[in-house]
Design a protein around this ligand. Sequence first.
Ligand code: GBH
Length: 461
Amino acid sequence: PTTTKFPLATGLPPKFVWGVATASYQIEGAASEDGRTPSIWDTFSAVPGAVVNGDNGDVACDHYHRMPQDVALMKSLGVDSYRFSVAWPRIQPHGSGPINPAGMAFYERLVDELLENGIAPWVTLYHWDLPQELEDAGGWPHRDTAYRFADYAMMVFDKLQDRVDTFTTLNEPWCSAFLGYNVGVHAPGRKDFDASLAATHHLLLGHGLATQRMRAAETRPHTYGITLNMGTADPAGDTQADRDAARRADGMGLRLYLDPLRKGEYPADMVEDLTARGSAMPVQDGDLEIISTPFDVLGVNFYFGQDFAGTDAEGSTHEANGDPVVRAVLPDTPKTAMGWPITPERFTQLLVRLHHDYPGLPMVITENGAAFDDQPDASGYVADDDRTEYLSTHIAAVAAAREQGADIRGYFAWSLLDNFEWAEGYAKRFGIVHVDYETQERTPKQSALWFRASIAGMRAS
Ligand code: GBH
């Protein structure tokens, strides 16, 4: 296989951190081994109709049993770092109480294997697999879950802080809160707007509590962070209703998280909107000080940007994500297999905007990538021109944002492997490495070969 028809990426410095990312439930399998208990995703996957084809993470990529080979694969790609998440139900099967040493041992082996291969581990403490017992006790809308999360984070931190430099608390709390508790397309599948607001607040509180406790207990300096999913929200047309819709979409999706984290307050216009709807964030005295505790790196997950409209052509309003007047309008561009528009210029727009609106915060792209309808040849090789082009244009967008002053230190491709794509099951493939789910064979796609050559080229430049 050759990748020569795609010019290699350029424009990022030799010290830039290049990595690949995954998440526990999406790749590990071994769902009931070594004391792991069900998470909300095991439960949700079993609900008829919740996941495409009735798929679940029982086996996934069988990474739990193939970890050393998967680390060797990463090494062959030449990455500096690997972003993975720790499954809470392996560490603390009941969501509270003592550590489960057998579950913890897997991550200790993984970290050791990475270090032996010269790959820096980048730990995400929560990528959506809440122990089911905690959901039964109320889940993220219940304040106690924030304190349970901080306890769990400390168990992992105590075991790994000697060898791991970077700990990020949450992956995409917006998805946990709104897709999980309001839209209901992610676990636990609830549809309750006020519950999703409470979940948001308690996720942020858990982030702050865990960050404070880790920093207080550190025996050497670490980098602490949080990863948010972010897009852009432009008005679909030049009307007040559309501008208002874009403001609200940006408010619910981005400012509702970054303002309390960085400015110690929820955005005033959102508080006003929520009050008008009879809703509120369940803030208690002192919470915003905890939530705004300093952290060191913002993880940015970017897939696409959108426009927003207040009304449609007939003048009627629609509900989207619990918001009565915001309607997403997909930009008129080519789409990925997820139906997501391909908008690299909006990636630059987002990063430059973050640099201006939330200054002084180094950023790392913790996820970026795309699903396409891969066609493997007889040997399993996928000549994924579409994904190679997606990565190429989006890495160029990062370089462009840096030229405009944004402090971006690294880029992790989503994902190392094809994997369990949540509600889409195994039907959607985001990997730069193809996985044959019958044989569990891994075959690097063209995009992986292009990524490897690009990294090597920029490191040498
Ligand atoms: C990430 O979620 C996840 O962290 C990762 O586990 C997952 O596999 C990967 O992306 C690919 O999906 O249309 O209203 O939902 C990204 C989820 C998708 C959330 C795009 C924001 C746009 C707004 N994001 N979505 S909406």
